[in-house]
Structures are given as C-alpha cells and as structure tokens.
Ligand binder design. Structure first.
Ligand SMILES: [Zn+2]
Length: 322
C-alpha cells in the first residue's frame, strides 16, 4: 500500500467513474475516441502477465506485454495494465481516450479514491496529469470473452506475456494475499510438526495422522458429542473413565483385562463382531489400526463414521447405566 502521507491530498482528488458496456452495440456507441486502449491481465499455468493494445480507429498502433512474478494475482495484472495504459496516454498527442478493462475489481479500485493500492494511486495521478494536458479519458468495463476484438487481442497478449516472458518483471510487489498465505503455510507446518512429534493425541492420530490434511476433512464433518469422543478417545470409555477415577475397572465387558479403548471397540471387541463384519463388507475393506485414517479420506467416510458412531454410542450408553 502507498503510505497515506504519500497519497494525493484530498483536495486533489478527482471524481472518477467507469461505465459498464455489456455488448458490442454499447461498445460501439462508446468507441468514438481518438485512441482506444484495451487492457487485460492473465494467469496461465501459474504464470502471470498483463497487456495493453492501443487502437487508432481500426488500426492497432501499439501493443505492450508486461510480466509479473508468479505470486502475483490476476487482479494485480489487471491493475498494472490499466495503470500502464494511463502512463502511455500521457505520451500521446491525441485528445480523447477510452480505456477498456474486463476487471470490475480493478476498475473499482482505481475509481475508489480511498484505495491506496500503489497502482491505483499512480493511475489516478496519471489521470490527473491527463486533465492538465487537456485530455479526456474514459474508463469502461467490458465483458470478458465476449468476442470484442480489442479485448480478445489484449487477452491473447496477456497470455503470451504470462507464458513467454523471461525479462525483468514490470511490477513485483507481492499481494497481501500471498503474504498471508505464506505465513499461514508456515504456521500450519509448525503446527503439524508439533502435532506429529508429540506423544499426545494418540487416538486422534489414528484418524488424522496429518494435522493440515485433517483441517480440510474436519470442515466436511458435522461434529457431534459422539464424533468428538470417537476422535479424541476422551469420553465414556472404561479405560478413560478409570484413568480419571470415574470407574473402578478399565476393562471392556467382553473380557477382563481387555482395555476398553477406541481401537478395542472399533477393531477387536467380539461384542461388535457382526456389526463390524457388515461394515467391512460395505467398506469393501478390512479395518486395522493403520488403515483407519484412509477411511476418513475417501468416498466411504460416511459409512465408516456411521459404523464408528454406532459403536461409540452403544459403549457410552452402556457405561452410563453402570
Ligand atoms: Zn470388548
């Protein structure tokens, strides 16, 4: 962001607006300018480019391709193209100009005097200078991929700029979204390392060996009291209740000495042998300690969770009534 102190004084603000042109007809009735400049930004195969195509009547008089680093957003590329269009028109002699962009977001940023995005600030400065030069500049939004000739040309150039360019970047400030994402990835990595190296959360790790992957899966599951007890092992299970002095015996009802834990309930307890057998038929796979997490990933997650919750429910209720 441009520091507020470097932004133009509020008294210098010009009222800016853009108009939306939805079809060829509206474009044609708003094409009566000495020079028309079509701008576009593109992200293609992870590479980012921008371009402008300048027209005098039916002839293209100049085309510019601009390169951006791969961490840039299309939005930045679109803004850069508009900004360069305003810079280019300052060099020309013509009186009236139309600048066409298919990015509503970029046009909104440019016309919002409160936005301190450096490209928007420069664009507004250029437009201010243009008015001193007695130039008339109009901004337009046009629909992308609507077959408008100038827009198609700018689109093609922007893609070429994204893919082909090996030269120095025309703009390399990284977007805040990139910084946020980088910080988030680092935080997640750190969290995952602590999670994986810690001796705690043994039961949770059976379901989610990886904390980052877990985050994506958990978003899809509606948590209930039962799923929470299932995935943490903290709940109405004899081994857990015994550990906290709430039950004298940590064993399951099936056999003295067989600790009533989540792995026991889900994988070995003979009391649930027939339910387990049916579940394994539905899952088309045997369950064991090392495979539980795989059922959380795939299409069988619902069947698997239904099986687990059914058993947990039975055990928790059984222990309640003791
Ligand atoms: Zn048992």
């Amino acid at each position: 962001m441009t520091p507020a102190i470097d932004a133009p004084h509020p008294a210098m603000h010009v009222d800016l607006e853009y108009r939306s042109l939805v079809d060829q007809e509206q474009l044609e009735s708003n094409s009566n300018f000495n020079i028309r400049i079509f701008t576009d930004g593109s992200k293609f195969e992870g590479k980012v480019g921008a371009a402008l195509s300048m027209w005098d009547g039916a002839a293209e008089i100049k085309a510019l391709k601009l390169a951006l680093p791969s961490y840039s957003t299309v939005y930045q590329a679109e803004l850069l193209a508009i900004c360069r269009a305003t810079r280019e028109l300052l060099k020309l002699k013509a009186h009236s100009y139309g600048i066409y962009s298919d990015s509503m977001a970029a046009l909104q940023t440019v016309t919002n005097v409160r936005s301190l995005h450096p490209l928007a600030v420069e664009t507004r400065e250029n437009l201010q200078t243009a008015t001193y030069q007695k130039k008339l500049v109009n901004l337009f939004w046009i629909k992308a991929h609507a077959g408008l000739e100038g827009n198609e040309r700018a689109d093609r150039l922007a893609k070429e700029a994204a893919v082909g360019s090996k030269r120095k970047h025309d703009y390399d400030l990284c977007p805040i979204s990139f910084v946020k994402r980088s910080i988030r990835m680092r935080t997640l990595d750190e969290w995952n390392q602590r999670y994986q190296n810690a001796n705690t959360a043994g039961i949770t790790k059976l379901f989610f060996p990886d904390a980052v992957a877990a985050h994506k899966i958990i978003k899809k599951i509606k948590p209930t009291g039962i799923t929470t007890q299932l995935m943490t092992g903290h709940g109405g299970f004899s081994e857990y209740l015994n550990r906290f002095g709430c039950k004298d015996n940590p064993s399951c009802i099936c056999e003295p000495g067989a600790l009533e834990t989540i792995p026991h309930i889900l994988l070995t307890c003979p009391v649930f042998a027939s339910i387990r057998y049916n579940a394994e038929i539905n899952l088309e796979s045997k369950m064991d300690k090392d495979s539980l997490h795989k059922f959380m990933l795939g299409k069988n997650r619902d069947i698997f969770l239904e099986y687990c919750c059914k058993l947990v429910n039975k055990v928790v209720n059984r222990n309640k009534s003791v």
